[in-house]
Design a protein around this ligand. Sequence first.
Ligand code: ADP
Ligand code: MG
Length: 375
Amino acid sequence: MTKRTQPKLATVKGTELINIQQVVKTFSNAAGEFTALRGIDLTLNRGEFVAIIGKSGSGKSTLLNMLTGIDHPTTGKVLVDGTDIYALSESKRSLWRGRNLGIVFQFFQLLPMLNLLENVMLPMDYVGMYDVDERPKRAMELLRMVGLEEQAQKLPRAVSTGQQQSAAIARALSTDAPIIVADEPTGNLDSRSANHIIDLFTELSERGKTIVMVTHDSTMTQRTSRTVVISDGVLVNETIAQALPLLSQPLMKELAQKARQVSYQAGETILKIKEPAQNFYLISKGNVDVVLHKKRKKEVFVSQLGVNDFFGEMELLRGGKTIACIRAADKPVELLEISREDFNWLMKKSPLTEKAISNTVQKRLEEKKQTDKRK
Ligand code: ADP
Ligand code: MG
């Protein structure tokens, strides 16, 4: 068998790779109907390391199954690198999956009668990748990478749950697929092994692979390049989830409904100094400059804020007028605008968020004081 080169999907980091459009999934069984995904729109780019988080039962695994083509949406489309995967026949889709995806299932699904090494080699056999005599060597390398070199000849049931999980991860990497999809890959691992797996995923994403990882462990998301939150089959606004991570999911959802999306051109002023404060803002795209105006209109740059930062809180929490001018930096900016009234509602509903925002206010006042001194 000949060596296959890596599919072209792996190239051009940062461009759109996965496009989920209006996906609805309804399960029907004897007990009736249940809609697990209720209109999901999501675009993932090449080289992203994405965490999908949400409570148990929120639809994470169902969403992942829509991506892998293992289950099919009730309505909606899934495009991967332009291929409408549900327009493919079952057998073509299966081959497509083998070539393009490395999958770590929530319950591993190692074949019980094959040892770990053979399990890792299985996908290579399936898509006919690498010379036959090269496969064991490559599988062994992958097992070494996840710390299982010594267990290679053992059957799955002879090793621990965590080791089975690590073997499943090695298997997902075996065909060098451009997309790795993993359902709770660190769920059964101690924190050291879990960190090792995250290191591995980070490195792979830096080399251009796209990693989509479902987890209910929100501490994992500090290591990923992007976090998507799902709640009751609906995606939660990413800017809100990132900027205000201490909000409960229902509050995130409610806030998303209250917030308005606004945009500003490069260089455009968003908040004028000394005007009554009206809104709280979360940045979803671009950067803003914070500047002070000194005597004779001399401008002093204080800082720049970027995606998932917020501003306007100082004035709303302390009352009064805008103390700095905020304007879009050198590119257009997209913001979520939250009215004073809704901001106050939010602070009441989430004391933890209020505390976090107050801490930011303290830090920023300190920063402003330093800038004032410099004059
Ligand atoms: P998560 O992975 O976030 O824990 P799942 O995606 O597995 O959640 O499930 C989402 C919801 O869909 C749950 O309420 C679950 O009971 C339901 N569900 C999942 N698979 C099926 C199925 N095959 N038949 C009926 N209901 C299902
Ligand atoms: Mg699940």
